[in-house]
Design a protein. Structure first.
Lengths: 206, 138
């Protein structure tokens, strides 16, 4: 059974949410609230949430959105509603079936909770969405800056039905450090002035 | 296509000095896997497409050019290399410093190592690289 770092699941969850919307997610607040409602009642929570200015907020989501953009999975465009903020769209819809399957393998419960949350809350108006969020049972008894709940995934997460190689591919493909490093090397090589005919031969391998 | 003695080698296997450090550390820590590791180097050199490509990333420039092979039972260690077909070069990149099951992914220094490669590639520092092709052809 393949295993991946918990951060891979966290990124996969956020990416899957963005990919599942018809035309991407309109605004970070919407993304935050949909994710909140998806995970709040799950025994195994991939994301943490606390109370900040707009209510339920996950610091992980905020960071992950930037990471997904840096890896080329999503792109940010200005909202066309006249409001400040961005809509987040996947750069390729072709990955949705694969990510859906992977998430389902990891936890059918989690995937279905996300699907249900998008269906229930994803297309509400901003006002309706915030109304639902601010009347949520956990939220109404919390104070500003309180943690509503913390992520409780283990450091390494097992994915049933996934072999070691598939798990490694998944982990690398959602590792911002690896993707950036690989991209930098490839671009540098393409611009390289190194004449490989002049590279000296090694004397030994040990 | 380049000839080395009686054998044809399709690509040149190039290693940066930073990769040599990774290689030597691996050899020191895993003497029983040296032959297996060198076998993977040879495979990458003779047929770079043998390594697993990154199929699921959105950046097209990476997909076919970043490849990986595994060393040790149950794919214990990962060897990552770049494959530049147009210049017939295989550039060795990273070896897992420890078994993948024990890896702390936060501690992998992808960007730091890459920076070394990138600086020397851009500045044309030939002396930072070695050609391992002849040794692997033996």
């Amino acid at each position: 059974m393949g295993r991946v770092p918990r951060e891979v699941i966290e990124r996969l969850v956020v990416l899957y949410i963005i990919e599942s919307f018809d035309k991407g997610v309109f605004g970070k607040v919407r993304l935050q609230k949909v994710a909140y409602f998806a995970v709040k009642d799950l025994p195994e929570k991939p994301l943490s949430f606390m109370v900040l200015n707009h209510g339920e907020f996950s610091p992980e989501i905020s960071a992950i959105v930037e990471q997904l953009a840096s890896m080329g999975y999503i792109a940010a465009y200005p909202l066309d509603t006249g409001e400040h903020g961005n809509q987040y769209r996947p750069t390729s819809k072709g990955s949705l079936p694969r990510h859906s399957e992977t998430l389902n393998r990891y936890s059918q419960t989690l995937k279905e909770a996300i699907d249900d949350s998008i269906a229930e809350y994803g297309y509400r108006t901003q006002e309706e969405l915030l109304e639902a969020a601010h009347t949520d049972a956990l939220f109404v008894v919390a104070d500003f800056a309180d943690m509503l709940f913390t992520s409780n995934l283990p450091e390494m997460v097992q994915i049933p039905g996934m072999n070691d190689e598939e798990a490694d591919e998944l982990a690398l493909s959602l590792d911002p450090g690896f993707i950036s490093a690989a991209r930098n090397v490839i671009r540098s090589f393409d611009e390289s002035k190194v004449d490989f005919d002049m590279v000296r031969e090694a004397d030994d391998l040990l | 296509m380049t000839w080395y003695g009686r054998r044809t080698i399709s690509y040149r296997f190039i290693a940066h000095r930073e990769f040599r450090k990774q290689h030597e550390a691996f050899v020191k820590d895993n003497p029983r896997l040296v032959n297996a590791l060198v076998t993977q180097y040879k495979k990458a050199m003779v047929n770079p497409a043998v390594g697993k490509a990154m199929r699921s990333i959105p950046l097209e420039e990476l997909r076919g050019r970043v490849r990986r092979l595994y060393v040790g039972g149950k794919k214990k260690y990962r060897f990552v290399y770049f494959f530049f077909a147009e210049r017939q070069v295989v550039l060795a990149a990273w070896i897992s410093p420890m078994p993948r099951t024990k890896l702390d992914y936060d501690k992998l220094e992808w960007l730091e190592t890459a920076e070394e490669y990138c600086t020397d590639l851009i500045e044309g520092n030939v002396e930072a690289f070695e050609d391992w092709s002849s040794l692997l052809a033996l």
